[in-house]
Design a protein around this ligand. Structure first.
Ligand code: NAD
Length: 353
């Protein structure tokens, strides 16, 4: 059977999760890889047995054998590489965030629409097992109308440094890096209502806390603590045309007692805690019930999430599925993220009506 030939663009940390998942998928062949740090690309090529190695994206895209690509480079490259890839006739799985601005997002959308290629945004949490378990309840109407969601993703010491904290390359700090996941997950579970207004705040009070000793934390592949011009905390109230709302706060650094990752959604018939562990709240026979699903894992499993995301992308490329996270959703999330930054800058609510 002919296998779908995959190109990997960007050979840093997250690319390993993509390549592990492709390697487990019998319908694809890891065929090409590219990174401007070509030694890094070569190292990964050796590990995964990838025959074609490039230091330049255009060269990878010019290879007519490559049919689909994963874009795993810094955020400032996502729009340019996405447009170039679909124009070169490749299907694309682009890591989150879709890009850095709404203008770029609309340009990507228009290129995707005229190319007719599959384009999937890497909103990996949509593909988590627990998300899909919860969707069964939501789709069956068990939660009723979901009118509120609350998400906190607070790291007290978790600025990855390097490009993540250089706004030119990242587009922002914890909001665009972590907020993108949790806002998208809430929005997706709420049925993707149309955004009406956003009021947000960002704070740059603590810096990256690179001075802290005795406590380890995740660092980017090219860690550099000297570059840090992004917010260390962001919060927002996002309101939708149907009256629903999301309250969110996310941080890279904060004087917190511990890290906090909680996501909950609330509906007229039931609610759910999505993180740290899936539980469903409901009412029956005049009693409040907390339902604890019996499953191997009740929390977001990264490896399974990426495997599901990539298996789904491959099925979409082969024409047997339609993507669960299309470019249009990437555009809507960029509108929300950029509105939080704009509102924080002006001190005013951003309205979309
Ligand atoms: N879905 C998730 O949970 C998740 C988690 C982490 C990162 N990400 C996303 O994945 C992307 C990469 O993050 P990472 O943590 O792997 O970063 P990283 O720094 O570890 O890797 C990025 C790689 O891209 C390469 N690169 C950058 N610009 C390039 C260019 N113009 N041409 C060729 N190569 C280039 C760098 O040399 C580097 O090796 C980001 O968009 C990030 O937001 C997603």
């Amino acid at each position: 059977m002919k296998k779908l030939k995959i190109g990997i663009i960007g050979a840093g940390s997250i690319s390993s999760l993509h390549m592990d998942a492709y390697a487990n998928n019998n319908e694809v062949e890891l065929y090409a890889i590219c990174d401007m740090n070509v030694e890094r690309a070569q190292e990964k090529a050796d590990k995964y047995g990838i025959p074609h190695v490039y230091s330049n994206v255009q060269e990878l895209l010019a290879n007519p054998e490559v049919e689909a690509v994963s874009i795993c480079t810094w955020n400032n490259t996502h729009a340019e590489f996405s447009i170039a890839a679909v124009n070169a006739g490749k299907h694309v799985l682009c890591e989150k965030p879709l890009c850095q601005t709404v203008e770029q997002a609309l340009e990507v959308q228009s290129a995707v629409q005229s190319s007719g290629k599959v384009f999937q945004v890497g909103f990996v949490r949509r593909y988590g097992n627990t998300t899909q378990m919860l969707r069964r309840f939501i789709d069956a109407g068990d939660l009723g109308e979901i009118y509120y969601a609350k998400a906190s993703y607070l790291r007290r010491l978790g600025n990855p440094g390097g490009w993540f904290s250089d706004s030119k390359r990242s587009g922002g700090g914890p909001l665009i890096d972590l907020g993108v996941h949790v806002i998208d997950l809430c929005w997706y579970l709420m049925g993707k209502p149309k955004v009406q207004s956003v009021k947000g705040n960002t704070y740059r009070k603590l810096g990256n806390r690179a001075n802290v000793q005795h406590l380890s934390f995740y660092q980017a592949a090219d860690y550099d603590a000297t570059q840090n011009d992004v917010e260390d905390l962001a919060n927002a109230l996002i309101c939708f045309e149907n009256g629903a709302s999301i309250m969110v706060d996310v941080s890279f650094t904060l004087h917190g007692i511990k890290n906090d990752g909680t996501i909950s959604i609330y509906g007229t018939k039931g609610g759910a805690q999505v993180e740290p562990e899936l539980q469903i709240a409901t009412e029956k026979h005049d009693m409040m019930l907390n339902l604890l699903p019996q499953a191997d894992t009740l929390t977001f499993d990264f490896v399974a999430g990426f495997q599901n995301e990539i298996n789904h992308f491959v099925r979409c490329c082969l024409g047997t599925d339609e993507t669960l996270s299309p470019v249009e959703d990437g555009v809507e999330i960029m509108k929300i993220l950029c509105a939080v930054y704009e509102s924080a800058k002006t001190g005013k609510e951003v309205r979309f009506d």
